[in-house]
Write a protein that binds this ligand. Structure first.
Ligand SMILES: Nc1nc2c(c(=O)[nH]1)N[C@H]1C(S)=C(S)[C@@H](COP(=O)(O)OP(=O)(O)OC[C@H]3O[C@@H](n4cnc5c(N)ncnc54)[C@H](O)[C@@H]3O)O[C@H]1N2
Ligand code: MOO
Length: 390
């Protein structure tokens, strides 16, 4: 059996950054920008008022000073003329600050009487002028790769960039295998259960930028598995779930091999997730996840998510581990790297007492996978221990 790190190295060698495409900003949320975006304008393009009030020359400002109002500057409609020392221009937020002025006195600090204004006795000392290019200047860059969030998209729009170059979404095919499975909403027979793993994995992988398809459930026959693999044609990554272990009905490895899968590895020294397999199947990478629901989700988090990130050009790296203090003592660990479902509260982490890999309710209640290395020595409450946030 190989280690988790060795398995990840194999998995990264099966994938590469995908090609790119251009999408309009409206469709760019969550996509991975793959080429730097360069600002096409300064923002603001002129010194702009930050408040509603009166634009004046700052060196003429003193309590009680009087000015004659000679015009107006509104957002989208600047004041064309030059403003003298004893003159003011009525100005609104976002308007260009007129020539001859460099300060806006807010209207709350002004008494207006016809065409003249008098400044109040107590003035704050803020100029309320946003300098030209104060946000960004032409040529400023947003660097790739970057997962575009709402603020990035607003910034790109402001830079006058209507479309961005992004990585194509990795196409993932998810195949459940097993005679015992029916789809959610169907009526299970007396010996049947509901397929859950494909749904959890689709949510996980779509959430990080993939486009996952749930294929029809493959039955425990060669013909049914072959038909499912056929439906997966055109995918970048084919994921099977279940049928990976050593039972008489665990056919995935054999059928994939028959279809030309070049196996990179089978079995990883981890818990849960031991019967993991992976390889290359034509143009696609193939990964066979164990069927136990928690095993499939943990392998999704530890192995599949980093593969998706690598395909998106975000680097071939394991998910970063964080550390927390153990809530209580732990006995000697086992021979496999153990990803324990745990609760993390205020920097203190406690593994759940129930670690069976079938328990989705425990996984859904956890907010961390606490990691015990291979043959981990007994631990004391308060020890630092690594975890993956969920
Ligand atoms: N003699 C041994 N038996 C088992 C070993 C072993 O080393 N020796 N390994 C165990 C471990 S660890 C795991 S993990 C499981 C994995 O087995 P498979 O990948 O072959 O998975 P299945 O047997 O098909 O299913 C296991 C379990 O999960 C349920 N399942 C499967 N697919 C789904 C799905 N899409 N949604 C929900 N539930 C699913 C299935 O009904 C089984 O209950 O093998 C151990 N056995
Ligand atoms: O590896 Mo299995 O995934 O321990 O339950």
């Amino acid at each position: 059996m190989i280690s988790v790190d060795e398995a990840l190295a194999h998995l990264f060698s099966l994938v590469a950054p995908l090609d790119t495409e251009e999408v309009p900003l409206q469709q760019a949320s969550g996509r991975v920008m793959s080429a730097d975006a360069v600002a096409r304008r300064d923002q603001p393009p002129f010194a702009a008022s930050a408040m509603d009030g009166y634009a004046v020359a700052s060196d003429a400002v003193r309590p009680g000073a009087r000015f004659t109002v000679i015009g107006e500057a509104a957002a989208g409609h600047g004041f064309g003329g030059e403003v003298g020392k004893d003159q003011a221009v009525r100005i609104f937020t976002g308007a260009p600050v007129p020539a001859g002025t460099d300060r806006v006195v807010i209207q709350e600090d002004v008494i207006r009487d016809g065409d003249s204004i008098t400044l109040a006795d107590a003035l704050d000392d803020n100029a309320y002028v946003r300098p030209a290019g104060g946000d960004f200047r032409v040529g400023d860059r947003m660097e790739a790769p970057r997962i575009l969030g709402p603020a990035d998209i607003a910034l790109l729009a402001s830079m006058n960039i209507p479309a961005v170059t992004v990585r194509r979404k990795p196409r993932v095919a998810l195949i459940s295998t097993g005679d015992e499975l029916v789809m959610p909403g169907d009526k299970p027979g007396p010996d049947q259960i509901i397929a859950s793993n494909t749904f959890g994995l689709k949510a996980m992988l779509d959430g990080i930028g993939a486009e996952a398809r749930i294929l029809p459930i493959a039955r425990d026959t060669r013909a049914s598995l072959i038909a499912a693999f056929d439906l997966a044609t055109g995918s970048d990554l084919v994921i099977t779930i279940g049928g990976a272990s050593v039972g008489d009905h665990d056919l995935v490895g054999d059928v994939a091999a028959e279809l030309g899968m070049e196996r990179a590895f089978y079995k990883v020294r981890m818990r849960p997730g031991k019967p993991l397999m992976a390889g290359r199947m034509g143009e696609a990478a193939m990964i066979g996840l164990p069927g136990n629901p928690v095993s499939a989700m943990v392998c999704g988090k530890v192995f599949v998510a980093p593969m998706i990130r690598a395909m998106l050009g975000l680097g071939a790296e394991r998910a970063p581990l964080l550390t927390a203090r153990l809530a209580h003592d732990l006995p000697q660990g086992g021979p496999r790297e153990h990803y324990m479902r745990a609760r993390l509260d205020d920097g203190v982490i406690a593994p759940d007492t129930r670690q069976d890999s079938s328990l989705l309710s425990v996984l859904a209640g956890a907010n961390a996978l606490m990691i015990r290395p291979v043959d981990d020595a007994p631990r004391k409450a308060g020890d630092l221990i690594e975890y993956l946030p969920l």
